[in-house]
Design a binder for this molecule. Structure first.
Ligand SMILES: Cc1cc2nc3c(=O)[nH]c(=O)nc-3n(C[C@H](O)[C@H](O)[C@H](O)COP(=O)(O)OP(=O)(O)OC[C@H]3O[C@@H](n4cnc5c(N)ncnc54)[C@H](O)[C@@H]3O)c2cc1C
Length: 294
């Protein structure tokens, strides 16, 4: 079978694109390394303009059905003082609220939707190499069920995330910012945070971001500047220290009392660096990646 497009990576970008291409009648193959998506320190807040895009693509209701948690208000807490909630439904051009969704569920939902739209989806397929250049169709070599195979298509889409190998294979130059921020995060269960809002809490030189997911669960981040050095906040035995760090930002005690980390690894740490990929002409290859990480 020959494909119009081979999408490397079935994450948010790859799955959403494959879904749209399949619905437009294109033959699409998605190669996704993970057989089942695991929790990672990322997400879960979709801002109103993302919700508007999800509505335009016709996927919003499905996301809500699969556990997406509407969050109408954005609330700031500065030095322990709450600001009035910003109701996104009346302060954004589209009148959309935010949507918080557990990241692996979001990915599973989008990829299942792409498959139901007619895309061929191979889970547990790892792309190992890309061949692209003038005068020939781009081709990817991948391993699936212990078999190595090479397939070509009119176009290859590199949607393989922040550590994209497609990007390197195609010779895209990556420019990086200094490490401005470090983000440690985990998923909390049994928290008392009110779940009609999403919160940015700011203390002196530190911050905490809360995206409640419903059912007393919330994704929680502790964010601190790179100039403060590196703090070892990653791993199962660092949960207490992570929660203390979040508390030091000035979040209400009640949000943390009785709360516990729900997933492993918990918490995880991510160093934030903007990354930029100057445009480069390459035959038959598209990169579907954000130009700067959040
Ligand atoms: C700490 C943190 C917090 C964030 N918070 C938010 C937030 O609140 N709201 C928001 O909108 N964004 C947030 N983001 C950004 C958001 O998570 C990313 O923009 C988004 O996940 C990128 O989607 P993607 O499809 O490009 O990559 P991914 O979702 O990473 O998907 C890439 C996929 O490619 C697969 N893959 C990789 N290599 C291969 C290979 N060789 N072969 C086959 N498959 C491969 C991977 O398994 C993966 O499934 C956050 C990011 C971080 C790091």
């Amino acid at each position: 079978m020959s494909y119009d497009a081979i999408v490397v990576g079935g994450g948010l970008a790859g799955a959403a694109l494959a879904d749209q291409l399949a619905r437009a009648g294109r033959d699409v193959l998605v190669l996704e390394r993970e057989a089942r998506f695991k929790d990672r320190v990322r997400g879960e807040n979709m801002l109103p303009w993302g919700v508007a895009a999800a509505k335009r693509l016709g996927i919003h209701d499905e996301l809500v059905h699969a556990g997406g948690h509407p969050s109408p208000n954005f609330v700031r807490l500065t030095m322990g003082q709450f600001s009035p909630p910003r109701d996104m439904r009346v302060t954004t051009p589209g009148g959309d609220e935010m949507l918080n969704m557990y990241h692996p569920d979001l990915k599973e939902t989008l990829l299942a939707r792409a498959a139901s739209a007619g895309a061929d989806v191979m889970r547990g397929a790892t792309v190992l190499a890309l061949d692209a250049g003038p005068g020939r169709l781009p081709a990817v070599t991948f391993e699936y069920k212990a078999l190595r195979q090479t397939l070509s298509s009119r176009i290859v889409v590199g949607a393989d995330g922040r550590a994209s190998l497609t990007r390197s294979w195609a010779g895209f130059e990556v420019q990086r910012n200094p490490e401005l921020l470090t983000v440690a995060g985990t998923l909390l269960a049994r928290t008392e945070v009110p779940d009609d809002s999403t919160y940015l809490c700011m203390g002196p030189g530190i911050a905490s971001f809360w995206a409640p997911l419903g059912q007393r669960r919330s994704r929680v981040y502790f964010i601190y500047p790179g100039v403060a050095g590196r703090r070892a906040l990653s791993g199962k035995n660092k949960v207490a220290e992570f929660l203390q760090s979040v508390q030091s930002v000035g979040v209400p005690r009640a949000w943390l009392d009785g709360a516990e980390a729900d997933q492993l690894p918990c918490p995880g740490v991510l160093r934030h660096r903007g990354r930029f990929y100057p445009v480069k002409r390459t035959m038959g290859l598209v990169l579907a990646q954000r130009s700067s990480s959040r």
